[in-house]
Write a protein that binds this ligand. Structure first.
Ligand code: DX5
Ligand code: ZN
Length: 214
């Protein structure tokens, strides 16, 4: 399975985002990762539906929306209307199976996300309801943090389970991805790499190509 890149716009300059998205499309980006934070589930606030709607108007890339909000089931309808892949946290206080089913019923791909404190075995039973699983390799909330090596064993365990059950699920990793950590994540089984500060840098095209070459 070819490696896909999902650049996170969290650290982008929102006033030049339109041009940056065009550059990312040209560089072969597979999708865009949009981090939604509410200041409750994580200690930071980012953006919501109106900003995603504007991005959608200016890009044909699939939108990979990462909800870091408390009890996300309250907002699934609104986000499903603008997302292609809609992910939420296992730890966020929603009925997990019902929320995954609702996301699919609304026509989006479902993504279940786990924080560094969650063991992958806890979500094994839920895998048939997931189109993608996202393993956080940093504490969610901020860009520019260091990759936690403990994510590698989680990716390996999930990859093994997905393969042995013959499931068709993308395995995404998010946080601290760079030239050193990306190859490790791919070797551990990740096939979708989120990258924020690594891509929104002065080497945007070069760094997208680096990940696409893995
Ligand atoms: C963190 C976000 C990430 C973040 C990644 O909570 O989920 O998507 O933007 O940023 P980097 O790649 O800089 O770690
Ligand atoms: Zn994210």
């Amino acid at each position: 399975m070819a490696v896909k890149i999902s650049p996170s716009v969290l650290t982008a300059d929102f006033l030049t985002l339109k041009e940056d998205i065009a550059r990312l499309e040209h560089a072969g980006t597979d999708m865009l990762h949009l981090d939604v934070m509410d200041g409750i589930f994580v200690p930071n606030i980012s953006f919501g539906v109106p900003v995603i709607k504007s991005i959608k108007k200016h890009s044909t890339l699939p939108l990979d929306v990462h909800l870091m909000i408390d009890r996300p089931h309250r907002y699934i309808k609104e986000f499903a209307a603008v997302a292609d892949i809609l992910g939420f946290h296992y730890e966020a206080g929603s009925p997990v199976a019902e929320t995954l089913k609702e996301i699919r019923a609304l026509g989006c791909k479902s993504c279940l996300t786990i924080k560094p404190c969650t063991e992958p075995q806890e979500i094994f039973d839920l895998l048939p309801l997931c189109d993608m699983v996202l393993v956080m390799s940093v504490e969610p909330g901020f860009g520019g943090q260091s990759f936690m090596p403990s994510a590698l064993g989680k990716l390996e365990a999930l990859k093994k389970e997905i393969t042995s059950r013959g499931l068709d699920i993308d395995l995404e990793v998010d946080g601290g991805i760079n030239t050193e950590t990306a190859p490790l994540a791919v070797a551990a089984g990740a096939n979708v790499l989120v990258a924020g500060s690594f891509v929104f840098s002065d080497k945007m095209e070069e760094n997208v190509s680096f990940i696409k070459s893995l």
